[in-house]
Design a protein around this ligand. Structure first.
Ligand SMILES: [Zn+2]
Length: 400
């Protein structure tokens, strides 16, 4: 399970001969560039090879005409501790998702921890511990180097403004899904969302029917009143609100519309289409909501991209942006876009072998997932040809 321990930075890395470069930005999804230069884990320049300083790299990668994009971000996961999930008693799921192109995961609550505390001091202690543990896990080389942003407390009745101030002061930046704890009423949730926002903590809310026995319904009225930053799994997790109710959320709120793999697929497609019609595609972000009752899907984000592009009829380069740049902007992350100054977190892909598509974008538009040829996090190669995706036609080569 352990990979390279992060004892040093990447130094200078040159990535050349990129055939197609996706920016992550849905307003300009394809870059006029074939080269990226990385310095100590950060993108130093992006452009044509002749315009970049490519001399004396510590590492040189030839993409052989394949595609480079920002590493995928999973906006909705439920980690517990380490690279283990008790939900399906599975080891190595985070590293396995890295082989599906995911370089960052965002916790929607460490809710599957057996015996999860529900008293206020216990909720706070767990959140702070999870934030620290997942931050340290990467440096320890566990989880394939994936950046797991965790420590997302599920709010409970009895929490005060001071509790949110304490959490923020301790480094907690996220709330877990509102509705999974004892706070289920809109007015009560709105008060705590306001406290969280005041102290720089981002919030998300469960939307739809109960996920597993013991959780509850959160309908559109509660979602609108709570006004969390992210309308978590707007297509249900799994059980969705009616399409009419989802349209109400699209139209009456301006918050992020999170579509998940472990949700209602019909509503996923209709929501993506409706967001395009409403001219608010920047609000659409993608997640898996894994681990869950339906398991862990290492290719979940790629599958969701292919599903939405093919069935909602949205260009693949835009849908890749839903899982990268849109999440970066909605959640204030530095990663998720290819531009100088941002972390060198990349997924290298190509059309899967024997796809009917002309090229990678056409293949995704036809419903096929691409093949991953390499994943890089902070300028460090974390895997070469993915063990999980169908084989890519062309994969990058490490020249030096
Ligand atoms: Zn949920």
């Amino acid at each position: 399970m352990a990979g390279p321990v992060m004892t040093e930075t990447s130094g200078k890395v040159v990535i050349r001969n990129v055939g197609l470069m996706l920016s992550g930005d849905i307003d300009a999804p394809i870059l006029d560039a074939d080269t990226v230069v990385v310095q100590d884990g950060v993108i130093a320049s992006v452009g044509r090879e002749k315009d970049c300083d490519t001399g004396d790299p510590r590492r040189l990668i030839d993409c052989r005409g394949s595609t480079l994009g920002p590493g995928l971000i999973d906006s909705h996961v439920h980690p517990v501790f380490g690279d283990w999930t008790p939900r399906q008693n599975q080891l190595g799921w985070i590293e396995s998702c890295m082989h599906g192109g995911v370089t960052t995961m965002i916790s929607a609550g460490e809710v599957h921890l057996p015996g999860r505390p529900k008293d206020v001091i216990g909720v706070k202690a767990l959140a702070i511990t999870a934030q620290r543990a997942f931050d340290g896990m990467r440096a320890a080389g566990v989880g394939g180097g994936v950046k797991v942003l965790a420590g997302a407390p599920v709010i409970e009745q009895g929490m005060t403004e001071q509790d949110f101030a304490d959490l923020a002061a301790a480094g907690v930046r996220l709330l877990g899904e509102i509705g999974l704890g004892s706070v289920k009423a809109g007015d009560e949730a709105a008060k705590m969302v306001g406290w969280a926002r005041k102290y720089g903590i981002q919030s998300t809310i469960h939307t739809g029917g109960p996920s597993i026995p013991g959780s509850g319904l959160i309908d559109e009225h509660v979602v609108l009143e709570a006004d969390a930053d992210v309308i978590g799994h707007v297509n249900g997790g799994h059980t969705s609100l009616s399409y009419k109710s989802v349209c109400t959320l699209c139209e009456k709120s301006s918050r992020a519309l999170e579509i998940v793999h472990n949700g209602n697929e019909r509503i996923a497609i209709l929501t993506a289409k409706h967001a395009m019609e409403l001219k608010c595609p920047h609000r659409v972000i993608l997640g898996t909501d894994a681990p869950a009752g339906s398991g862990v899907q290492p290719l979940g984000i790629l599958r969701l991209i292919a599903l939405i592009s093919s069935l909602a009829d949205i260009p693949a380069e835009i849908v890749f942006g839903f899982a990268t740049g849109n999440i970066a902007r909605m959640r204030g992350l530095s990663q998720g876009l290819i531009e100088p100054g941002r972390p060198a977190d990349f997924v290298f892909m190509d059309k899967a072998q024997h796809s009917a598509g002309r090229d990678i974008l056409d293949s995704v538009r036809l419903g096929d997932i691409p093949g991953v040829g390499m994943v890089m996090i902070d300028g460090i190669v974390r895997c070469q040809r993915s063990r999980n995706t169908p084989p890519a036609v062309e994969v990058p080569v490490i020249v030096a």
